[in-house]
Design a protein around this ligand. Structure first.
Ligand code: CDP
Ligand code: CDP
Length: 217
């Protein structure tokens, strides 16, 4: 049985981190934490207070409550951008660190985000870095948001291209910030999900988890 194991799942926007991490957690009987929600909720608090998410959001992060994470309006384009802005702030990241570590240490967990394998749990025995091409990720986000079936092929390409540009801008900001930039840990295993559906990604990840845990005893 898996006791108190921490599994890190990192990667760029819409790569399929959450889908994989939730399925892994369910398969292994571990708790699951979507750490992106923390940054989204901080951005939401800033916006609701009439503040610019680029301004100091440390207080908003320090005052975060469970209720803030349960809101339904955490996946708007405004919050996407805002989350990336607050996430670049060292004070915000410091305020959210202890919660994430306690969550994982309590009973083990699968956590998904950008810096789980590099900063939050650098000693995690299993680190997965999930990727897919920017176009594929944009297409999936478009489908996820309803996909507007009445569009013709050209309009469809345009809608996906707009999402691709937004994802690329956020990935660039996340990867180039000074604090906890998006990047695979040295010991992370890369999973390219371009041609894999969610079930195939889960099967591959479960095999990797078993391998790594056997190797680490
Ligand atoms: O679901 P998606 O991949 O689009 O985004 P998310 O995982 O909900 O994360 C939203 C934003 O929060 C990211 O663009 C990052 O700027 C930030 N984030 C972070 O910096 N570190 C994490 N561990 C998780 C998210
Ligand atoms: O958490 P993250 O933003 O990285 O991505 P996600 O929300 O788990 O996945 C984005 C979308 O891609 C969802 O609609 C998933 O069902 C879909 N997906 C997929 O089509 N194939 C995969 N291998 C993984 C996810």
């Amino acid at each position: 049985a898996l006791r108190r194991v921490v599994i890190a799942v990192d990667g760029p926007a819409a790569a399929g981190k959450g889908t994989l991490a939730a399925a892994l957690a369910a398969s292994l009987g571990l708790p699951y934490l979507d750490t992106g929600l923390l940054y989204r909720a901080v951005a939401r608090r800033m916006l609701d207070a009439g503040l610019d998410p680029a301004d100091d959001a440390t207080e908003a992060a320090a005052g975060l409550t469970a209720d803030d994470l349960l809101r339904r309006d955490l996946r708007t384009p405004e919050v996407d951008r805002g989350a990336s802005r607050v996430a670049a702030q060292p004070g915000v990241r410091a305020a959210l660190l202890a919660f994430q570590r306690q969550f994982g240490h309590a009973n083990g967990a699968v956590l998904d985000g950008r810096d789980i394998g590099t900063v939050i749990f650098p000693d995690a025995p299993v680190k997965l870095f999930v990727t897919a091409s920017a176009w594929r990720r944009a297409e999936r986000r478009w489908l996820q948001s309803g996909g507007a079936p009445d569009l013709d092929a050209g309009q469809r390409r345009q809608a996906i291209a707009r999402i691709e540009a937004e994802l690329a801008a956020r990935d660039a900001a996340d990867a180039t910030r000074a604090t906890a930039p998006l990047r695979p840990a040295a010991d992370a295993i890369l999973i390219d999900t371009d041609d894999l559906d969610a079930d195939a990604v889960l099967a591959r990840a479960l095999a990797l988890v078993r391998e790594r845990l056997q190797a680490s005893g």
